[in-house]
Design a protein around this ligand. Structure first.
Ligand SMILES: [Zn+2]
Length: 276
């Protein structure tokens, strides 16, 4: 699933090419991809794209008539920018016609778990303030992160994956961040010192920035809006490396399940505190 660095890469590649472009029309080939309560898809026609941003794993395209598209790629969603006449790939479900039909923004999704939500700006504001989306993992300050963690007793792996707690992280980056911070995935914030939480926050920022620099991790079918793969997968220290030696200490990495999610960690670098 694309996580924060991959979604950020997509936003950065789309932004310069989509700003100020007018939606001339759209084709919805698979209606279930479009989620909307109050706005009919036809209302989008004639509107101009005035901003593209990201919150966690969500891509938000703001349009000229006080509404926006919130796009979530989930497992296998892709947003591709094509020229008119380019081959339409199988599993393309929605096409936006832009720039007098010369440019096409296509939503493609093999597993069909992703969606495009059409929202008024008020509805989008409500979603953000209603705590269904936690603060962005790249934006959150250390004091805010510390204060949030101090209220929690859950295992860190499940906590950091919870998008209502913190937006943007998924299985790959949570495992990488916990490894670099030397924290066991089943440890709870209650057992962490302020210094350890500071290290966790710092590693989170560093790893996300480094991954954005390399345009994300291409595992499964991730590509950016120009069809390019990321390169951060070669930097992974733990994700996908169970059984291989830890690059920091040489101990064989282990894979366990934490709250139902496969989790790779180093039993030496990431130890649980001794109870008692
Ligand atoms: Zn190690």
């Amino acid at each position: 699933m694309p996580e924060l660095p991959e979604v950020e890469t997509i936003v950065r590649s789309l932004k310069p090419r989509l700003l100020q472009k007018k939606i001339g029309g759209l084709d919805i080939l698979l209606p279930k991809i479009i989620h909307t309560e109050n706005i009919k898809p036809n209302y989008l026609i004639g509107q101009t794209i005035i901003n593209i941003s990201r919150l966690g794993k969500n891509i938000v395209m703001e349009l000229s008539e006080k509404c926006c598209l919130r796009i979530h790629l989930k497992m296998t969603g892709q947003l591709l920018l094509n020229l008119h006449g380019d081959t339409i790939l199988k599993h393309t479900h929605v096409i936006f016609y832009l720039d007098k039909g010369r440019l096409e923004l296509r939503y493609r999704d093999i597993r069909q778990f992703g969606y495009i939500q059409i929202l008024t700006l008020n509805e989008w504001d409500f979603q953000r303030k209603n705590n269904s989306l936690g603060p962005d993992a790249l934006e959150i300050s250390f004091p805010a992160f510390l204060a949030k963690l101090r209220t929690q007793k859950r295992k860190l792996k499940s906590l950091l994956l919870d998008q209502s707690f913190l937006s943007g992280l998924g299985n790959i980056y949570v495992d990488e961040i916990l490894h670099q911070a030397h924290i066991h995935p089943e440890n709870s914030p209650q057992n962490l010192s302020t210094r350890q939480i500071r290290r966790l926050h710092e590693k989170m920022g560093n790893i996300l920035q480094a991954a954005i620099q390399l345009k994300g991790s291409s595992v499964r079918n991730y590509i950016d809006a120009s069809g390019e793969q990321g390169r951060y997968q070669t930097e992974h220290q733990v994700y996908g490396r169970a059984g291989l030696p830890c690059r920091q200490c040489g101990t064989h990495l282990k894979k366990i399940r934490v709250s139902g999610r496969g989790t790779c960690f180093c039993p030496y670098c990431q130890r649980l505190p001794i109870k008692g």
